[in-house]
Design a protein around this ligand. Structure first.
Ligand code: SAH
Length: 367
């Protein structure tokens, strides 16, 4: 059996672990450097440690990477990786270059229990949660890929500290799964990725997205963290939202928005509402007007996303002029709104699409 992943430990947890193994404290520092500065892919690679210690560590914790089962690249530079976990389950992660930064989209579960109408991740339901090690492992897979692509280091090393290896600058938890349905492992992973001794990705460069799991929003408000929060709204009234997002029957709009208002008041952080535009379903001028009325009192931002067509959902992507008119209506009402350029369409980059495409057809439940 594969031991648990070494990537699931926070940098601070290595010191007590090394102590319990009877090792001097500096071993913990060497391991943390090997993991987060050098992106080690096996204990054998960590030559700062003696061979017998590497063998002892390998028995307890694995450094084996998630293996790449498929990698698709789109002409706009977006790359989508399908990674195989140790039990053979597959997770997606997407790398999106933009404005000199690389954004990585992370998954938190295999499949998803929430079954939003247009989302491929929920099509076959939730299979299992990912561990913190598997969530961090997605970023490490990207770091290892970037390391392999980086130009070779000069043969005569320059004096001074070694330049840091390339890594993603932004993380968005918008891949497969619902992060607040796997709260503890997701938050553990994000803490490791944010830790100055871990991957050191700034909290304000890490965005969590939820379909509206109210207890998760409440819990996050208590954490005192600086992560960004997005809430998937997609409809301006309960009847339509329930049609698109069954989660709305559990936590309807009034309760969701009251929780968002509390979150904003408590954390002094703005929430971004995601709104996927679907042709003639939620993209009409009266929907925009209703959305303005719903959000007017709440300090927030809105991100409009034209639908990425997906099998099992008959909806269509609105024409550009319709998306722009919706954007305009919100901007005129002084709601800070952006219209997301859909990228990576050639690689099925919307939530769950690549895994879905790779699954046998019979495993995909009809919508
Ligand atoms: N479960 C979380 C995070 C995953 S999805 C959530 O629901 O927020 C990230 C975003 O992509 C969500 O807003 C989701 O509704 C949206 N999305 C999923 N499938 C899509 C599609 N086919 N086209 C456009 N947006 C989609």
């Amino acid at each position: 059996m594969t031991p648990p992943s070494a990537w699931g430990l926070t940098p601070a947890e290595w010191a007590p672990l090394c102590h319990s193994l009877g090792l001097p404290a500096y071993r913990a520092a060497q391991i943390v450097t090997a993991l987060y500065q050098n992106f080690a892919q096996s204990w054998q690679e960590v030559t700062t440690l003696p061979a017998d210690l590497r063998a002892r560590l390998a028995e307890r914790l694995t450094l084996a990477p998630l293996t790449t089962a498929a990698c698709d690249a789109s002409p706009d530079g977006v790359r989508k990786l399908l990674l195989a976990c140790h039990d053979g389950e597959r997770v997606e992660t997407v790398l999106i270059p933009s404005k000199g930064r690389l954004t990585q989209c992370l998954s938190t579960q295999v499949g998803c229990a929430f079954r939003c109408a247009f989302c491929a991740s929920g099509a076959a339901g939730r299979v299992r949660d990912l561990s913190a090690g598997e969530i961090v492992g997605q970023v490490m897979a990207a770091c290892q890929l970037l390391r392999a692509e980086a130009p070779p280091a000069p043969s005569a090393p320059r004096p001074g500290p070694r330049p840091a290896l390339p890594r993603p600058g932004n993380l968005v938890v918008m891949g497969m799964g619902e992060p607040f349905d796997n709260y503890d492992e997701t938050l553990r992973a994000l803490r490791i990725l944010n830790d100055p001794k871990g991957l050191a990705i700034g909290a304000r460069h890490i965005t969590l997205s939820t379909c509206g799991v109210v207890p998760g929003i409440r819990r996050l408000a208590e954490e005192g963290l600086q992560f960004e929060l997005s809430v998937s709204l997609h409809a301006p009234n309960d009847a339509l939202r329930t049609r698109l997002m069954p989660v709305n029957t559990r936590w309807p709009l009034a309760e969701l928005l009251a929780t968002c208002a509390d979150y904003t008041a408590r954390t002094k952080r703005l929430i971004t509402f995601e709104y996927t535009l679907v042709h003639e379903v939620n993209d009409r001028p009266h929907h925009a007007a209703e959305l303005v009325r719903l959000l007017r009192a709440l300090p927030c931002k809105v991100n409009l996303i034209p639908l990425s067509p997906t099998p099992g959902f008959a909806g269509r992507r609105p024409e550009d002029r319709v998306c722009l008119a919706f954007l305009d209506a919100l901007l005129k009402a002084k709601i800070a709104t952006t219209l997301r350029q859909s990228r990576g369409r050639d690689v099925d980059a919307a939530c769950g699409q690549l895994r879905l495409r790779q699954m046998p057809a019979a495993a995909v439940a009809p919508a």
